[in-house]
Design a binder for this molecule. Structure first.
Ligand code: HEM
Length: 499
C-alpha cells in the first residue's frame, strides 16, 4: 500500500515523535530518581547553621522538630547534619552496620586522649574485639565483686561526714564516683597508693578536651600539650602496675586485670600496656561524668519530690527487713524503685545529649507518610534529650514520674524499640549500663539508710554549655546523720499498694 506523499511525510513525523517520546520515557526510567531530601533548617547562608548549632544543638533540634518533623538537615559550614528524632525514624541510626553508619569519623577527636591503639583509632574488627574485652570486664560474675568494693567506698566516704552539715552534693558525688570507679576499674594499687597523681592526670586529660578539640584535636595549644603529657605518664604508671602484678602472680578482680588477661581472637596476642591504659581511660571517660551527673540529678529529684523520697526510703526498709543490713550485688539488684528513679532521671537529663554517626551510604527514612533519602556523607544525629521528652512517647514529659516504666505503662517500650535512649542502643549501646545502675544504687542505698537530706535553694538548672550536660552550679544540701527507721518515712505520701 502506498501512502500519499503528505501522509508519508506525516508518518515519518509521527514515527519521529514516537521515537523521541520513547527515548524520553526510557531516559526518565534510566535516570536516577530525584531524591526526596529531608527538609533543611532555614538559616542565614554559610554561617547561619553553625551559629544556630553553637547556640544550643538541643534547643535547635527541639524547635526544628516542631517546625519540620522528625527528620531534618542542618547545614553547619560544609557539613550536613541530619537529625533523626524519635523511635519512628531512629532505627537506621542504631541498627545499620558499621560499613553504612560509622562512629570513627565523628568520634575520632578522642584518639589523643584514649591513645593511638584503642577504640576510635583502630579498625573496626579490632575495635569489636576491644568491646568484647569491655563486656568481659563488666560481666555479672565480676560485677558482684565490684559491688562489694563500691559499698566499702561509699561507706568509708560518708563516714567522714559529720553528724550534720551542709555540702555541695554535686562535688561530693563527683568525688565518690571517681573513688568507686578507680577501685573497680583502675585497681586497688591506684586507689590505695597512686590515687592523687592519677586523678590529677585524669583531670589534665579531661581539661584537654575543649570544644575546639572536636574540630582540631592536635592543635598545639597548652591544654592539648598537658593532655598528651598526662596520657604518656598514665601509660608509665599502668605499665608499672601491670608488670608488678604479672611478677607477683596476684590476680585482682577489677577491669585492669580483665584487660591484662584479654587476648585478641584474630591472632591470639595479649593486650599491650598502651592498650590496657587506653581502654581504662575510655572506660573512665565513658562512665565518670555520665554517672556523677546522673547521681547529682537523682539527689536533686529525691530531695525535691517528697513522695518519691518516701517510696525510696520504704524500699530500703523492706530490703533491710528481708536481708538485714547486708548490701551486696543481689540485694541491690532487688531495688527496683531506686532503679526506676535513676531511669526517669536519665530520661529527663541524659548526660550525652547528642549521638553521632557518619553515613557511608544513602538511606531512606519513612515518616508521616513520606520517604526521605539521607545522602551518603551526611553526619546523622539522634538526641536522647529531645527523644526523652516527646509527648507522643512520654505523656506529660516534664513531669518526673518513675512509675512510667512499671508493667502496664511501659512508656519506654510502647512506641518502639528506640524510645528510651540515654544509654544509646542497638549496635553501640552502652556497655557500662549495668555497672552504672549498680554504682548509683549502691551510693543512694548507703545514703538513704544513714542520712536525711534537704535541698538548700532552688532546683538546679541545666548547664547546656558542656560536652557532657549536667546541673549548673553547686547543689547545696543540708544533711543529718540518722539510722533510717519507719518513723522517717512520710507514709501518707506512699501509694496504697506499697503499704
Ligand atoms: C549513667 C551513666 C552512663 C550513661 C548515661 C552512658 C551513656 C552511653 C551512651 C549514650 C553510649 C552510646 C554512644 C553512641 O551511641 O554514640 C554509651 C556507650 C558506651 N559506654 Fe556508656 N554511659 C554510662 C556509663 C558508662 C560506664 C560506667 C561505662 C564503663 C564502665 C561505659 C562504657 C561505655 C562504652 C565502652 C561504650 C561504647 C559502646 C560501643 O560503642 O559499642 N558507660 N554510653
Amino acid at each position: 500500500m502506498e501512502f500519499p506523499d503528505v501522509l508519508a511525510s506525516n508518518q515519518a513525523t509521527l514515527y519521529g515523535v514516537l521515537l523521541a517520546g520513547a527515548l524520553i520515557f526510557l531516559g526518565l526510567l534510566m535516570r536516577p530518581k530525584s531524591k526526596n531530601l529531608p527538609p533543611v533548617v532555614r538559616t542565614i547562608p554559610v554561617i547561619g547553621g553553625l551559629l544556630k548549632f553553637l547556640n544550643g544543638p538541643v534547643q535547635m533540634a527541639r524547635e526544628e522538630y516542631d517546625r519540620l518533623g522528625p527528620v531534618f538537615t542542618c547545614k553547619v559550614l560544609t557539613r550536613n547534619i541530619t537529625f533523626l528524632i524519635g523511635p519512628e525514624v531512629s532505627e537506621n541510626f542504631f541498627k545499620a552496620p558499621e560499613a553504612e553508619m560509622s562512629q570513627k569519623e565523628v568520634y575520632k577527636f578522642n584518639v589523643p586522649t584514649f591513645g593511638p591503639d584503642v577504640v576510635f583509632a583502630v579498625d573496626y574488627p579490632i575495635r569489636v574485639e576491644q568491646y568484647r574485652f569491655f563486656m568481659e570486664a563488666l560481666k555479672v560474675s565480676r560485677l558482684k565483686g565490684y559491688v562489694d568494693a563500691m559499698v566499702e567506698e561509699a561507706q568509708e566516704f560518708t563516714a567522714k561526714w559529720g553528724d550534720e552539715g551542709e555540702v555541695d552534693l554535686k562535688a561530693e558525688l563527683e568525688h565518690l564516683i571517681i573513688l568507686t570507679a578507680s577501685r573497680c576499674l583502675l585497681g586497688i594499687e591506684v586507689r590505695r597508693h597512686l590515687f592523687g597523681e592519677v586523678s590529677e592526670l585524669i583531670y589534665d586529660l579531661d581539661q584537654g578536651m575543649v570544644p575546639i578539640s572536636v574540630l582540631f584535636p592536635y592543635l598545639p595549644i597548652a591544654v592539648h600539650r598537658k593532655r598528651d603529657k598526662a596520657r604518656k605518664r598514665l601509660e608509665e604508671i599502668f605499665g608499672g602496675v601491670i608488670e608488678k602484678r604479672k611478677k607477683s602472680g596476684v590476680q585482682e578482680n577489677d577491669m585492669l586485670q580483665s584487660f591484662i588477661d584479654s587476648k585478641y581472637k584474630a591472632d591470639g596476642r595479649p593486650t599491650t600496656h598502651s592498650e590496657c591504659t587506653g581502654l581504662l581511660i575510655a572506660a573512665l571517660f565513658g562512665g565518670q561524668h555520665t554517672s556523677s551527673i546522673t547521681s547529682s540529678w537523682m539527689g536533686a529529684y529525691l530531695m525535691n519530690k517528697p513522695s518519691v523520697l518516701a517510696q525510696a526510703q520504704q524500699e530500703q526498709l523492706e530490703m533491710i527487713k528481708k536481708h538485714g543490713e547486708e548490701l551486696n550485688h543481689d540485694v541491690i539488684c532487688n531495688m527496683d524503685y531506686l532503679a526506676r528513679i535513676m531511669k526517669e532521671t536519665l530520661r529527663m537529663h541524659p548526660p550525652l545529649v547528642m549521638l553521632l554517626r557518619y553515613a557511608h551510604k544513602d538511606f531512606d527514612v519513612e515518616c508521616n507518610g513520606k520517604t526521605y533519602t539521607v545522602p551518603k556523607g551526611h553526619v546523622t544525629a539522634v538526641s536522647p534529650s529531645v527523644a526523652g521528652r516527646l509527648p507522643l512517647v512520654y505523656p506529660n514529659p516534664d513531669n518526673f514520674d518513675p512509675d512510667r516504666y512499671i508493667p502496664g505503662r511501659e512508656e519506654d517500650k510502647k512506641a518502639g524499640a528506640f524510645s528510651y535512649i540515654p544509654f544509646g542502643g542497638g549496635r553501640h549501646g552502652c556497655l557500662g549500663e549495668t555497672f552504672a545502675y549498680m554504682q548509683i544504687r549502691t551510693i543512694y542505698s548507703v545514703m538513704l539508710r544513714n542520712f536525711e537530706f534537704e535541698l538548700v535553694g532552688d532546683f538546679p538548672e541545666v548547664e547546656w554549655n558542656a560536652l557532657v550536660v549536667g546541673p549548673k552550679g553547686p547543689i547545696k544540701t543540708k544533711y543529718r546523720r540518722r539510722k533510717l527507721s519507719q518513723a522517717d518515712v512520710k507514709t501518707d505520701l506512699l501509694p496504697q499498694s506499697t503499704l
